[in-house]
Write a protein that binds this ligand. Structure first.
Ligand code: AMP
Length: 479
């Protein structure tokens, strides 16, 4: 799977069964898929697209990284009627997502896939940003809306958004929306959609609420399940037996031995996440916790630091990590073994993507051997055990992430763009572009990752210079 716009060389022709050519897509869309480097369907796409394009309601079990977004995006785009002159900009498709982050990713993917058609308008409607601009955009109309349930309802209640011409409703990461208490909001939105429509529901797991949603709002839905597979060629799995009392310390042994630049550590409970972060921080690691109790702003800040490589270890529960899409993850650490073997496979599938090889390190106590046995069954082979005693610290001193995050007070509101920040650092301040990492511009602040070696100077020079012609306040975001 490619993760960028650059097409990867077609090393191998896809088997015919997986080719997009067997779908009822327009020639322009087929050509667009080739330019995006989508040469073969992913298993989720192959299993869901034929029925989705035929207009069926579907419940699809899929997680981030499976290509699920393109699966529903291609279906909803194919159903758009763009030549209806009576309602040229009526909303024809609505995608509900649990978070703003996911809504932004989904909108980006829909826009890429909509390039084959002239003039498909996609609008994102999420909470946490002022209503005013959204109301103005809605006045111009849009074919596709991607948003979070609360904000979408808000616009429906105000009469700013109408769904009478809706043809497709998508519930993305439905399990997570239920976890976040959106059931009633989703139900209210669904009741405002025409009865004659297609509903596509995507979910990584099947809690009871999903069946309830399906029963109430879907027409004879078909269920699509794709078994998660371990890509053994790209993931090196190692198991370590631990006593409960040494588990947290064992994580620091793993980090010091393997020295991953970025690792995601999974715990079974929020409490375990907090305890582990405390232990790791006390030992000088750049560790951050991601769990359901963070506010959106805190969550954004944690994700920015992890994605821009200024945090070595992100410690998360499975629920909090859903929807997280991070490229370049050197290692996944299973601090606790999960009793659900499919979940184990989802966890470790986050490393070793594309051409990189990833490490999947799992700690298991005697009490967890039953869970390890289930993992072996699902994988169809035994796991390999390694002794903890081999985890000697590798040379290099304290493990530090390669980058450091600086926060600039000022963001989209001040019309700051990534280029302005890059310009300020590479121009007047005199740094090389290679020393500057990801730049995230949010509503009110901007985060820029810089090489750890230049952090102090970059902070001073940015604070002394100007961004977009103005003086700015800058601070170091502490890990
Ligand atoms: P998703 O699971 O929707 O978050 O998609 C994961 C990544 O796979 C995204 O970066 C997509 O752009 C990419 N992708 C989706 N479908 C394909 C495909 N058929 N071939 C290659 N890459 C794909």
């Amino acid at each position: 799977m490619t993760r960028s716009d650059t097409p990867s060389p077609p090393v191998e022709r896809p088997a015919d069964g997986d080719s997009f050519n067997r779908l009822a897509l327009s020639p322009a869309q087929r050509a667009n898929l080739v330019t995006l480097g989508y040469l073969a369907m992913t298993p989720v796409q192959a299993a869901s697209l034929p029925a989705a394009l035929a207009g069926d309601d579907l419940i699809v079990q899929a997680q981030t990284g499976s290509g699920k977004t393109a699966a529903f995006a291609l279906a909803l785009l194919a159903r758009l009627k763009l030549d209806d002159q009576s309602q040229p900009f009526a909303v024809q498709a609505l995608v509900l997502c649990p978070t703003r982050e996911l809504a932004d990713q989904v909108s980006t993917e829909i826009r890429r896939l909509a390039r084959s058609e002239d003039n498909v308008k996609t609008l994102t409607l999420c909470g946490g940003v002022p209503l005013r601009n959204q109301l103005a955009s809605l006045e111009h109309g849009a074919h596709v809306i991607v948003g979070t349930p609360g904000r979408v309802l808000d616009h429906l209640d105000r009469g700013a958004l109408r769904l009478d011409a809706l043809r497709t409703l998508v519930l993305d990461e439905a399990d997570r929306m239920l976890d976040m208490g959106f059931l009633d909001d989703i139900a209210r939105v669904a009741k405002l959609c025409p009865r004659e429509r297609q509903t596509l529901l995507f979910s990584a797991t099947y809690p009871d609420g999903i069946a309830q949603l399906a029963q109430q709002f879907m027409r004879a839905p078909k269920t699509v399940k794709v078994r998660a597979q371990v890509d053994a060629a790209h993931i090196e799995q190692r198991f370590y037996e631990v006593k409960d009392s040494e588990r947290l310390h064992a994580v620091s042994l793993l980090l010091n031995h393997f020295r991953p630049a970025s690792a995601l550590a999974f715990c079974n409970t929020k409490q375990q996440c907090r305890d582990l972060v405390d232990v790791l921080k006390a030992q000088g690691f750049a560790a951050l916790a991601l769990h359901g109790e963070l506010e959106q702003r805190e969550r954004d800040q944690v994700l920015v630091q992890f994605a821009n490589r200024s945090c070595s270890v992100l410690v998360a529960t499975d629920v909090a990590a859903r929807g997280l899409d991070i490229a370049q993850l050197e290692a996944v650490i299973n601090v606790d073994t999960t009793p659900d073997p499919q979940l184990h496979i989802h966890r470790i599938g986050r490393t070793g993507r594309a051409d990189a090889t990833g490490l999947a390190l799992s700690l298991a106590s005697l009490d967890e051997m039953g869970s390890v046995g289930r993992i072996e069954q699902v994988q169809g082979r035994e796991v390999t055990w390694f002794p903890l005693a081999e985890l000697t610290p590798a040379p290099g001193g304290r493990l530090l992430p390669p980058m450091v995050t600086l926060q600039i007070v000022g963001g989209r509101k001040e019309k700051i763009r990534p280029g302005d920040v890059l310009g300020a650092l590479t121009g007047e301040a005199g740094f090389g572009a290679a020393q500057i990492g990801k730049i995230n511009v949010n509503e009110f602040s901007t985060y820029v990752a810089v090489d750890r070696q230049i952090a102090k100077q970059a902070l001073e020079r940015l604070a002394a210079g100007r961004v977009k012609g103005k003086k700015v306040k800058v601070r170091l975001v502490q890990e």
